[in-house]
Design a protein around this ligand. Structure first.
Ligand code: ASP
Length: 296
């Protein structure tokens, strides 16, 4: 049995379709998840991540991604990469072809080009239009977190978790970060322990939402460690979210979400505010589960 999780209503099915197509071609779990996230990044109509997603305050896309292998805790990440997609594939190359965990900015881009990636313009007519609209109304009329709260959401991050027999786990995340962010800002998503964590002894966890708060909480590591202490994935996620709400005054400024899966294939998620849609797919059969803040 292979189980894959993908975040948010809109990008989730695109990620899962590409991931299952890769799986059917015989790809391993890491490459399966890479294929899912790469498909979202390369889809210009999807404003969640990658090509055509929402840029920083300069109108430039700076992308972050990370992947972690629960077998040996190996990990690869990139942050603040401009003008190249898919950044999840660059992160995977950092993991597999260097002894480092993270490369940043211009040097990550240089590394990618040395590995055969092609620079390209990531701005589309639609995201230019939204950026111009934001410049006119800096309060922001297209804040995706407002979409997140009203349920018509796409998030700014796609986080995927995977489990196969072994048990073996992989966690990965790709993001354009918060829209209209200060240039150079990096959130939780590419940070091992914050945006993702995987350990085959226990399970895996990921995060999406307000990156500063999720990072302060080391949300993914905290959740995996809670499962190690015996909590179910659902209880572990709720425990992290309750702790964040208790200790972090900004934890409810925007949704902060954690999702987790243990090595038995049990799944859970929790959010500080609003509702969070999570796609859960077992051997290709997918269901959308909605987690709401009042349950946590
Ligand atoms: N966590 C991401 C960040 O803060 C944003 C998101 O998940 O929507 O960069």
């Amino acid at each position: 049995m292979t189980t894959l999780l993908a975040t948010w209503r809109e990008p989730g099915p695109i990620a899962l379709e590409a991931a299952w197509a890769a799986r059917t071609r015989g790809l391993d779990l890491k490459s399966t998840i890479e294929a899912g996230l790469a498909a979202c990044e390369l889809d210009p109509t999807l404003i969640a991540i990658g090509l055509g997603s929402l840029p920083n305050a300069d109108g430039e896309l700076e992308l972050d991604a990370a992947i972690m292998d629960g077998r040996d805790l190996s990990a690869g990440a990139v942050c603040s990469v401009r003008g190249i997609v898919p950044v999840i594939s660059i992160a995977k190359k950092v993991m597999e072809e260097t002894r480092h965990v993270m490369l940043s900015g211009e040097q990550a881009r240089r590394f990618a080009i040395s590995k055969g990636f092609r620079p390209q313009n990531l701005m589309t007519e639609e995201n230019c239009r939204r950026y111009a609209e934001w410049l006119d109304t800096p309060e922001g009329t297209t804040d995706s977190y407002h979409h997140a709260i009203d349920g018509n959401n796409h998030g700014d991050t796609v986080t995927m978790l995977g489990l196969e027999d072994g048990p073996h786990t992989v966690a990965a995340s790709s993001t354009s970060g918060l829209q209209w962010k200060l240039p150079g800002r990096v959130g939780d998503s590419p940070i091992v322990g914050a945006g993702i964590y995987a350990d085959d002894e226990v399970g895996c966890a990921g995060a999406t939402g307000l990156g500063e708060e999720l990072w302060k909480a080391c949300a993914s590591f905290r959740t995996v460690e809670a499962m190690r202490r015996g909590l179910s994935p659902l209880e572990a996620c709720r425990d992290t979210i309750r702790q964040m709400k208790r200790r972090q005054v900004h934890a409810t400024d925007m949704p902060c979400v954690v999702l987790a899966m243990n090595t038995a294939g049990e799944v859970g998620a929790a959010t500080t505010i609003g509702e969070f849609p999570l796609w859960i797919s077992r051997d290709g059969t997918s269901e959308l589960k909605i987690y709401t803040a009042d349950e946590a």
